[in-house]
Design a protein around this ligand. Structure first.
Ligand code: SAH
Length: 242
């Protein structure tokens, strides 16, 4: 009797171990454990409660391990709904901001999207997770290299470029969608020009600590529909590369 209880317990333990083992995946030596996945689910519930409605955006964010884009010393903060330092005086955007900008962008499978401000690469990975081809520009060399390597390891469809986002990237234009993930003092003309007719540009516009999220839909070369979507706080879109 005693021994069959023990063997049943061992069987249950080994099954539990298999479930946990299957739930863990590795990328670039970083583990995506059952615990990380549970924290991600909790974050997604929080985003839903905060008003994010687009199921596909929530699904993509649940799939992509945000902690992969963090310095290993700070992994425990990866699933808090806050912006966080990524080095070089820059930050990975708050999950709510990523979700809201992505939702406003109305991404369709197969879209070509230009991102200004690659930063950690997380926003680009989310866009790629929605089936878009992403072209992303970063003005800081170190951040550009790091994000490029990570996105390649994750096999995301993202082409990373080092350069000045104010100029956009005419080589791959026109774009279905353009997303700016730093505070722009004004809407750069180059970005409007590189947008397809009926394309959408999402851009936080304003100086200092507060910007207004603008959704700009291009009607044709000279006509735009512009709507505001609340206040946000981004690091500034800078003028020179470094
Ligand atoms: N999308 C990022 C968050 C970006 S933070 C993420 O998911 O992590 C804003 C980024 O914009 C910073 O990395 C900053 O270096 C970059 N940036 C600022 N000015 C820029 C410019 N003119 N061109 C390209 N990138 C710029």
């Amino acid at each position: 009797m005693q021994s069959s209880v023990v063997s049943i317990q061992l069987l249950v333990m080994s099954k539990t171990f298999i479930i946990f083992e299957n739930a863990t995946t590795y990328f670039c030596g970083v583990e995506d454990t059952f615990k990380h996945q549970a924290l991600r689910k909790k974050l997604i519930l929080h985003l839903k409660k905060s008003g994010i409605k687009d199921f596909k955006v929530l699904q993509a964010m649940e799939k992509i391990p945000r902690h992969f884009f963090f310095n290993s010393a700070f992994l425990q903060f990866a699933y808090d709904d806050v912006a966080f330092q990524i080095g070089e005086g820059q930050t990975i955007s708050q999950p709510y901001t990523v979700a809201r900008q992505t939702e406003l962008l109305e991404v369709r499978k197969g879209d070509t999207i230009l991102e200004i401000g690659t930063g950690s690469g997380y926003q680009a990975a989310v866009l790629s997770g929605l089936g878009a081809t992403v072209v992303s520009i970063e003005r800081n060399k170190k951040l550009h290299e790091r994000a490029k390597n990570m996105l390649e390891e994750l096999k995301c469809h993202v082409k990373c470029f080092y350069g000045d986002g104010y100029k956009g990237l005419p080589e791959f234009a026109p774009y279905d969608r353009i997303i700016v993930t730093a505070a722009a003092p004004y809407v750069p003309d180059n970005l409007l020009k590189q947008l397809k007719p009926r394309g959408i540009l999402i851009i936080p516009v304003g100086k200092d600590n507060l910007q207004v999220m603008k959704k700009i839909r291009k009607i044709d070369e000279n006509e735009y529909d512009i709507k505001d979507f609340g206040n946000f706080s981004f690091v500034p879109l800078l003028n020179e590369t470094s």
